[in-house]
Ligand binder design. Structure first.
Ligand code: ADP
Ligand code: MG
Length: 620
């Protein structure tokens, strides 16, 4: 029990919180992280009709964020008003939300940012010959006075969250915050491709884009690096769509390359991401995602952007028709470009033998993954294969390795390995020797050890082996690099560029020799030896994408790097391993610290005991 005997009534007076406190509380919602400040300031600049916006970031935005625009500016007598809570020039009543055409409307951004930083704004409308400078510290007005200025507005927010230590603590690493900022800036620049934009981070120009570009120009500059995009523009009743999308061969293994907008607002909408992929249908390899930008225009009365203060979520009254419209638009674009022909040849043909184009009807739970249709037959096939490979005779050569020869073809079909692993009680791997009994689908290696049958996934097994080796070598600084005879240049996206910049040291330790080559171009001079023989540029880009996803799910940079290199360098399903290679791989797997699963957590092998089989055949 709380002792209330000394409490006076006045201690519990209900009274409104001071504005400074309210603003700081609101800042918690509006300003989640430095990128949110960039978003709010740039949106204000866009609302002010600017056609040139320059963003400058120091130290992931925590040290300083500066946004300069050439928009309409704020008249002297209004400058202080703009920092009032819920003060806005954009709407005057709730009904205005039905026809909203501005980014802002809540009047919360300026007071929120001012309450958690040291903020300086200089603004001048064209009707004035000089501007006004206003300074706030932690929400407290310091000064407001005339100052020389070009037409437009400059806002500088420094020492973000300096007075909210809890929030500051929740910020992710600099790399993560920098990535959020570059991604968001990229999105803002794509969403308003007509406006000139530049982004400078820690003194380096990440992009600098002229005003008056087309969507295609802008997407090619920001997501390009030699990739091929298709542009389209269509009006399908409930929604008009302008798109610039990658061809199916420029996919990524995450959704980072997708930029979605509704009425110019960059949004997060799983429903639209789904439609984006569904439009490509079976052209996509499972686990890959298309890249590009989709700009949707929907009647503002049909959507609600007032779901969350950050305004990145949108509620739609009719999301199904919009989903289907996006799918149709993408299919039409792919078909128009002739890409869809490949798509159809894999699908059913009509009675006349002509290839059919089915308008989309994606299944509610997601689209069909090709090639995984009939899992029922696989164990039967597996046993069949087992049976066929047993039509062999075993001989015992002098080095005590068992080699089995197919008596019909004379081909060596089996080799035997030796594990030097000590036998531990619960170790489930084959210990004390095994026989490579065959292969299945150029993916699984079948081993017999004693009375047990082991099925090894060659890819996950190799991944595990390479992962442990890479972690150790990066740590010991002994990763070997393979120089490239003719170095290749590749242009990174702003997001990749920011990530690369912050991880340069780890890339170096991992065997990548990659040097800046002006702007976002880099010159690849060497790759980790494990990756030699693969396209260096593809390897670098894949590793960057992998790291971005892994970092998002909280992995440490070094481990993420090792995991990506291992995955990209490992033998793939469909690569046929020689017998010696297979045995060597299994021997190495058995010496791993964690031989049971790959770094992503998928199993490296499964065991089927003689008893299991007997039981299933009704012999028990
Ligand atoms: P909102 O954008 O929701 O109206 P803000 O707090 O972001 O609220 O801004 C408050 C007001 O300050 C805006 O409505 C606008 O009138 C003015 N303002 C803010 N930034 C700018 C800018 N860069 N140029 C011109 N006016 C601005
Ligand atoms: Mg605003």
């Amino acid at each position: 029990m709380i002792d209330r005997s000394t409490e006076r009534d006045s201690d519990r007076w209900i009274r409104p919180l001071p504005d400074r406190v309210v603003n700081k509380i609101a800042a918690g919602e509006v300003i989640e992280r430095p990128a949110a400040v960039v978003k709010e300031l740039v949106e204000n600049a866009l609302d002010a009709g600017a056609d040139r916006i320059d963003i400058t970031i120091e130290k992931s935005g925590v040290k300083q964020i500066r946004v300069v625009d050439n928009g309409c500016g704020i008249p002297e007598e209004q400058v202080q008003v703009a920092f009032g809570r819920h003060a806005t020039s954009k709407i005057s009543g709730f009904d205005d939300l039905e026809s909203l055409s501005s980014y802002g409307f809540r009047g919360e951004a300026l007071p929120s940012v001012a309450s958690v930083s040291r903020l300086r704004m200089v603004s001048r409308p064209s009707s004035q010959t000089s501007g006004t400078e206003i300074i706030y510290e932690g929400g407290v007005l310091q000064s407001c006075q005339p100052a020389p200025s070009a037409v437009g507005t400059t806002v500088e927010a420094a020492d973000l969250f300096y007075n909210t230590p809890a929030r500051r603590k929740f910020l992710k690493t600099e790399t993560t915050e920098a990535r959020h900022i570059s991604r968001l800036s990229t999105a803002l620049a794509i969403g308003r491709y007509d406006v000139g934009f530049s982004l400078k981070m820690n003194g380096r120009v990440i992009f600098s884009l002229p005003s008056g570009q087309t969507l295609a120009d802008r997407v090619a500059t920001l997501l390009g690096s030699g990739r091929k995009f298709l542009s389209f523009s269509t009006d399908l009743g409930p929604v008009a769509i302008e798109g610039c999308i990658g061809t199916p061969d420029v996919v990524q293994n995450n959704r980072n390359g997708q930029y979605l907008f509704i009425n110019g607002r960059y949004i997060f909408a799983p429903m639209l991401s789904h439609a984006f992929a569904a439009g490509y249908g079976e052209l996509l390899v499972p686990g890959s995602f298309p890249i590009g930008a989709l700009l949707l225009k929907i009647d503002p009365a049909e959507i609600d952007v007032n779901v969350h203060p950050s305004k990145t979520e949108v509620k739609m009254t009719q999301d199904r028709p919009i989903h289907d419209a996006v799918v149709t638009a993408i299919r039409e674009a792919l078909r128009h470009d002739g890409v869809i022909a490949d798509f159809d040849s894999a699908g059913p043909t009509t009675a006349e033998g002509r290839q059919s184009f089915q308008p989309s009807r994606p299944a509610p739970g997601g689209h069909v993954i090709p090639g995984i249709g009939s899992q029922a037959g696989s164990s039967a096939q597996f046993l069949d294969e087992l049976y066929r490979s047993s039509k062999t005779e075993t001989t015992e050569p002098s080095d005590a390795r068992l080699v089995t020869v197919n008596t019909e073809t004379g081909e060596i079909v089996e080799a035997t390995g030796h594990s030097e692993m000590p036998v531990s009680g619960d170790a489930e791997g084959p210990s004390g020797g095994y026989r490579l009994a065959g292969r299945f689908s150029d993916l699984y290696l079948l081993l017999q050890a004693g009375d047990d049958l082991y099925i090894v996934d060659q890819h996950t097994a190799h991944e595990r082996v390479l992962y442990e080796e890479t972690v150790r070598r990066i740590d010991e600084q002994t990763m070997s690099a393979q120089s490239i005879l003719f170095p290749v240049q590749v242009e990174l996206s702003p997001e990749q560029s920011a990530l690369f910049e912050s991880a340069t040291e780890v890339f170096g330790r991992s065997g990548f020799v990659v040097a800046p080559f002006g702007g976002r171009m880099v010159n690849i001079e060497a790759v980790p030896s494990m990756m030699s023989g693969k396209s260096p540029e593809k390897m670098l880009l894949s590793v960057l994408d992998d790291i971005a996803s892994l970092r998002k799910s909280g992995h440490d940079l070094l481990k993420a790097m090792a995991q990506s290199i291992a995955c990209r360098a490992a033998v793939m399903a469909g690569d046929r391993l020689g017998d010696e290679e297979a045995v060597h791989l299994i021997d190495r797997l058995l010496q791993c610290d964690d031989k049971y699963s790959c770094p992503h957590g998928r199993p490296t092998f499964i065991k089927i005991s003689r008893e299991d089989l007997d039981r299933r055949f009704g012999r028990a």
